[in-house]
Design a protein around this ligand. Structure first.
Ligand SMILES: Cc1ncc(COP(=O)(O)O)c(C=O)c1O
Length: 517
C-alpha cells in the first residue's frame, strides 16, 4: 500500500502546483475581474441609499431646469399637412438661438473665417447637396475632390506614399486608425490587441477601444503634462500592443507630446504610432517644430479639416504611411446579396456636399493662406501665455505653443475663476484632474481683438476670487463638465448617470414635466 500513499501524496502536490501556476498566471486578470465586481457592488449599494437618491434627484431637477431651453412650438408628431416654405422660414426665426459665438469669446468650437467664405462654400455645398461618394459614377466630381483633399494633406505632411481617406470628424478618423491596427494585430495572431495612450489623449481613443473591444492602457503624464513617465510607457508596451498614440497637440492642455521619442519607441517595438493632429493639423506644419511623416516611426496621422482647416463641420482626414496599412481599414464584402460592397470608412452613404465644401475651402486658403492663419494663431497663443505667466496666482499648464492654453492654480480656487469668466460671457472648457480650464484661440477671437479683454477678465476674476468674502460669493461646488458643454455637475460620484440624464435632456426624452424619471 506504500505505492498508493506515494501516488496520492504526489498527485496532491502535482495538482496543487498546477492550481498555483494557473492562479498566478491569470492573477492580474482574475484580480481585476473580482475587484471590478466588488467596486460595482459597492456602487450599487451606495446608489440605493436614500440620501444619495435624494441628492441625485435634486441635481437632475436642477439640470432639467437649466440645461436647455424648450421651444414652445416643438413637434411631437408630423404636422398633418406640410408647411409652406415661407412658413418654415418664419418658424425657424422663433427657434431658440444663440449667436454669442460671433463675438469671439468662445474657446474652439467655431472655426469661422468670415461671411464671404461661408457664402462661397455654402454655394458649392448647395450645388452638391444630393451627392454621395458611395455612387462615384453619379458624382465623379466628389470622387475627384476627395482624392484631391487626401493628396493635398499627404503633401502637407510630407508623405512619400499617398494613402488616406476623408472622414466625418476627428473621432471617426481615430476610431478607424485604431481599427486598422487592431485588425493587423489580429491577423498576426494577437487575441486581444492593446492600445497604449497617454492620459492626455482625446476621449475618442477610449471610445474606440470600447467600440473595437481593444484593451486600453493609459499612461500617466508628469505633473506639468508635457512628458509621460517613460519607464511606465515602455513597460506598458507588451507583446499584445498594436498601437501607441501621441497628440500634437493634445486637447486639454495644447501641449505637443514628445512625438519623436514616442514614435521611435513604437518603431523599436514594431508597433504602429498614430499622431493625433486632429486639433492642430493645419497649424503644426507651420510651427517651429513641424512633425510629419519624416519622423521615423509615425505610421498614421489624423488632421481635422473642420477645425483649423476652416472647412464645414463634418470633415477630417486620416493619413497612413503606406497603402498597405490603409488596406486593413477598407471593408470589402464579396458575398453580399446586394452586390459586392466596398466601403473605405465607418459610414456607408456619405454627404458629398461636405467634401465639396472642404475641397473649396482648402484651395481658397492655399498653403500661404493656411500659413498666415497658423502664424496668427501661434503668435496670439504665445502672447497670451507670456502675459498669463506674469500673474502669480495662476499657472499655465505645460508649454503650450500652438492654439490651446490651460490655466490651473494652487493658490486660489480655479473653479471660481472659471465661473467668473463664464459670467463675463466667455465660453471656455472646464478640465478635471487637475481642476483647470482652457481656451482654444480661433480666428474669431483674433478678429474681434479679444486678447486684452480676456486678460483683463482673468485679472478681475482673480481679484474677485481673492477679495470677495466666501459668504458673498455665488455658491460653487466642485465643478465637473459633461464633455462639450458648459453644464455644471457639482457631484463627482455618479457622474456617468448624470451624463446619461443630460443626454436624455438633450434629446428631450426628459422634459420639465417628467424630469424625475
Ligand atoms: C486632439 C483631438 N483629437 C480628437 C478630437 C475629436 O474630434 P471630433 O470632435 O471632430 O470628433 C479633438 C476634438 O477637439 C481633439 O482636440
Amino acid at each position: 500500500m506504500k505505492w498508493v500513499k506515494y501516488i496520492v501524496e504526489n498527485s496532491i502536490i502535482y495538482f496543487a502546483g498546477i492550481g498555483l501556476y494557473y492562479t498566478y498566471k491569470n492573477a492580474p486578470e482574475w484580480y481585476e475581474v473580482v475587484s471590478n465586481k466588488l467596486a460595482r457592488k459597492k456602487e450599487e449599494i451606495i446608489r440605493k441609499l436614500p440620501i444619495v437618491e435624494k441628492k441625485l434627484e435634486s441635481i437632475k431637477e436642477e439640470l432639467a431646469e437649466t440645461a436647455f431651453e424648450e421651444w414652445e412650438k416643438s413637434f411631437d408628431k408630423l404636422p398633418e399637412n406640410g408647411f409652406s416654405p415661407s412658413d418654415i422660414m418664419n418658424l425657424t426665426e422663433t427657434l431658440p438661438k444663440n449667436n454669442e459665438w460671433k463675438k469671439g469669446k468662445v474657446s474652439g468650437a467655431v472655426y469661422h473665417c468670415g461671411d464671404g467664405l461661408t457664402k462661397m462654400v455654402g454655394k458649392i455645398v448647395c450645388d452638391n447637396f444630393w451627392s454621395n461618394p458611395l455612387h462615384a459614377d453619379l458624382f465623379p466630381q466628389i470622387r475627384q475632390m476627395e482624392a484631391d483633399i487626401i493628396r493635398m494633406c499627404a503633401n502637407l505632411y510630407n508623405a512619400e506614399e499617398i494613402a488616406g481617406c476623408v472622414t466625418t470628424g476627428g473621432s471617426e478618423s481615430i476610431i478607424l486608425a485604431c481599427k486598422t491596427y487592431r485588425d493587423i494585430g489580429i491577423a498576426q495572431g494577437i487575441e486581444k490587441p492593446e492600445l497604449v495612450i497617454l492620459d492626455t489623449a482625446h476621449a475618442a481613443f477610449e471610445k474606440a477601444a470600447e467600440l473595437l473591444g481593444m484593451k486600453l492602457i493609459k499612461v500617466k503624464t508628469s505633473e506639468d503634462m508635457d512628458e509621460p513617465n517613460w519607464r511606465d510607457l515602455e513597460t506598458s508596451i507588451t507583446e499584445n500592443s498594436v498601437l501607441l498614440v501621441g497628440s500634437a497637440p493634445n486637447f486639454p492642455y495644447g501641449n505637443v507630446d514628445n512625438i519623436v521619442k514616442m514614435a521611435a519607441l513604437a518603431d523599436r517595438q514594431k508597433i504602429g504610432f498614430h499622431m493625433d493632429a486632429c486639433l492642430g493639423g493645419f497649424i503644426l506644419p507651420f510651427s517651429e517644430n513641424p512633425l510629419d511623416f519624416r519622423v521615423r516611426g509615425i505610421t498614421s496621422i489624423s488632421m481635422d479639416t473642420h477645425k483649423f482647416g476652416y472647412c464645414p463641420k463634418g470633415s477630417s482626414v486620416l493619413l497612413y504611411r503606406s497603402r498597405e496599412l490603409i488596406h486593413s481599414q477598407y471593408f470589402v464584402n464579396t458575398e453580399w446579396r446586394g452586390g459586392i460592397y466596398v466601403s473605405p470608412t465607418l459610414l456607408g452613404s456619405r454627404n458629398g456636399s461636405i467634401i465639396s465644401g472642404a475641397w473649396a475651402t482648402m484651395i481658397y486658403f492655399g498653403r500661404n493662406g493656411y500659413e498666415n492663419m497658423a502664424k496668427n494663431i501661434i503668435e496670439t497663443t504665445k502672447s497670451i501665455v507670456d502675459k498669463l505667466r506674469e500673474i502669480d496666482d495662476i499657472h499655465v499648464i505645460g508649454n503650450p505653443n500652438i492654439c490651446v492654453i490651460a490655466i490651473s492654480s494652487k493658490q486660489i480656487d480655479i473653479n471660481e475663476v472659471y465661473d467668473f469668466m463664464i459670467k463675463r460671457g466667455w465660453n471656455l472648457n472646464h478640465l478635471q484632474y487637475p481642476n483647470a480650464f482652457h481656451i482654444c484661440i480661433t480666428p474669431i477671437f483674433i478678429k474681434n481683438n479679444k486678447e486684452k479683454e480676456f486678460l483683463d477678465d482673468i485679472m478681475s476674476a482673480i481679484a474677485y476670487t481673492k477679495n470677495t468674502p466666501n459668504d458673498e460669493k455665488d455658491k460653487l461646488g466642485t465643478l465637473s463638465m459633461v464633455y462639450g458643454t458648459t453644464q455644471k455637475i457639482k457631484e463627482r460620484s455618479f457622474i456617468k448617470e448624470l451624463g446619461i440624464y443630460y443626454q436624455d435632456l438633450y434629446y428631450s426624452l426628459v422634459t420639465k414635466k417628467n424630469k424625475n424619471k
